[in-house]
Write a protein that binds this ligand. Structure first.
Ligand SMILES: NC(=O)CC[C@H](N)C(=O)O
Length: 442
């Protein structure tokens, strides 16, 4: 991360602001952006009433409210296990698939990645919330995930870009979160038994058995989740990566018109394509292929997106109608749709790949990148027709991580070259797509 620009003034509650105080100026107590600091108040029991986050589960004994909070939420997994936790963010009852993410940072990008629709994200990093939330790190305009599961909610927020605490952010967006739960034990269970459906509830009137029944009756396989996250109408995108964050050397001189299918597209994919010289028209998931081809684009991009790639035959058909006619590039769901459009099959992995530390090998060069990943399904390479080359594999389990079909000017990656969050090693993949469009003799 680059250093803050010299002009940025640190918020008054930031320790750096205190260090810059004019000598002799009166010292005011630093307010936390979301009210009193969670930890400060937890330990100063006398001010407990002012701490909104601690009140709902606080102990009331003989009419006296104690400052601490008891577990007020339950996560019931479909294997029958019940995990007591403390809630933050929204309250209520929510069902979804539980997946674990091994990224150390980037929880805001994860929260706003539409590919997490229908899933609870459990962060294996035990300390979450310390950098708060800011307006620039949104990967879409909404949080589509079912909820957030963390070990420890940071007692304070300190970052020069922060405008809001994680707790306030989740509350405003009506997203449930829990903390003080054994995330290590749940992760080990998911690794051993595979992803599990869970129900998260703050509703004390429902029994564990009722919540378990709900988890058992809910399905994510075979469900079209793309239609719930795609845009309503086409739009143009022209924002590049901000110059202060840009690490790619040299300006792109050429310009390519790319139509991007929005199956749940992340903003940083659009920014990276624009930084590489693309002018982008984003279209909804069900936009007819014929209308896209009528625009005579230089290339078509198929985005990431949530859920089971085998549950969206309409999208596979669209991809089928486009490949071979213009150069195409697909990421994650886009890659899985391309795999199917070529005649291949996808399958559900045991617990998927979610994190910013997955080693991927480019089999063409032997180069290994550390990559950002977020998927539960994969393309079965055995099911692909001859001529389609597996270009990348995930070195953790040798699963297919990239495809190329030179005859059709087609490239796809199962992981996230745009990162957000994650390492930037694979950014050059966007350059490969540009090369395909430059040398287009389809
Ligand atoms: N990030 C994505 O596009 C995810 C693709 C798909 N929903 C999966 O889980 O495999």
């Amino acid at each position: 991360m680059a250093a803050p620009p010299a002009t940025a003034s640190a918020p008054s509650w930031c320790p750096r602001a205190a260090a810059r105080r004019v000598p002799g100026a009166p010292v005011a107590p630093a307010p936390h952006p979301g009210g009193p600091r969670r930890g400060g108040d937890r330990f100063l029991g006398v001010r407990a009433k002012a701490v909104s986050g601690l009140q709902s589960g606080a102990v009331v004994d003989d009419g006296v409210q104690r400052p601490w909070k008891l577990s007020d939420a339950r996560l019931v997994l479909e294997d029958g296990s019940v995990w007591k936790a403390k809630s933050f963010g929204a309250s209520g009852t929510q069902v979804g698939e539980v997946v674990f993410n091994t990224s150390l940072t980037g929880y805001q990008e994860i929260l706003t990645d539409p590919s997490y629709a229908g899933q609870f994200v459990l962060m294996t990093n035990p300390h979450i919330g310390n950098t708060g939330v800011n307006p620039d790190d949104e990967e879409s305009n909404q949080c589509f995930l079912a909820g957030l599961i963390i070990r420890n909610l940071s007692i304070c927020t300190s970052n020069w870009r922060c405008t809001e605490t994680l707790e306030e952010y989740l509350m405003k967006r009506n997203i449930m979160g829990i903390y003080d739960v054994d995330t290590r034990a749940i992760t080990r269970r998911l690794r051993e038994d595979g992803s599990l459906i869970g129900v998260l509830s703050t509703d004390q009137s429902q029994t564990d058995d009722e919540l378990l029944e709900m988890a058992k009756n809910w399905k994510i396989i075979g469900v079209d989740l793309i239609s719930g996250v795609t845009c309503d109408a086409p739009y143009e995108w022209s924002d590049k990566t901000d110059s202060e964050w840009e690490f790619k050397k040299g300006q792109s001189t050429e310009s390519f018109h790319v139509v991007a299918y929005d199956f749940g597209i992340k903003h940083n994919i659009l920014r990276r394509l624009t930084s590489y010289g693309c002018k982008i028209t984003v279209v909804p998931a069900n936009w007819p292929a014929s209308e896209v081809l009528n625009l005579k684009p230089d290339g078509v991009f198929f985005s990431n997106g949530p859920g089971d790639p085998a549950a969206v035959p309409y999208a596979v058909k669209t991809v089928q109608e486009i490949i071979g006619k213009v150069p195409v590039f697909g990421i994650c769901m886009g890659h899985q749709l391309i795999g199917q459009a070529l005649g291949g099959k996808t399958f559900k992995m045991k617990f998927g790949h979610h994190g910013g530390n997955h080693p991927v090998c480019d089999l063409r060069s032997g180069r290994v990148d550390i990559s950002a990943q977020n998927h539960n399904y994969a393309v079965d390479p055995e099911s692909l027709p001859e001529g389609v080359k597996v270009t990348h594999i995930n070195l953790n389990d040798n699963s297919c991580a990239g495809l190329q079909y030179p005859k059709m000017k087609l490239l796809s990656l199962q992981y996230h070259p745009e990162s957000s969050p994650g390492p930037h090693d694979s950014d050059l993949a966007f350059g490969e797509f540009i090369e395909l469009m430059k040398n287009n003799e389809l």
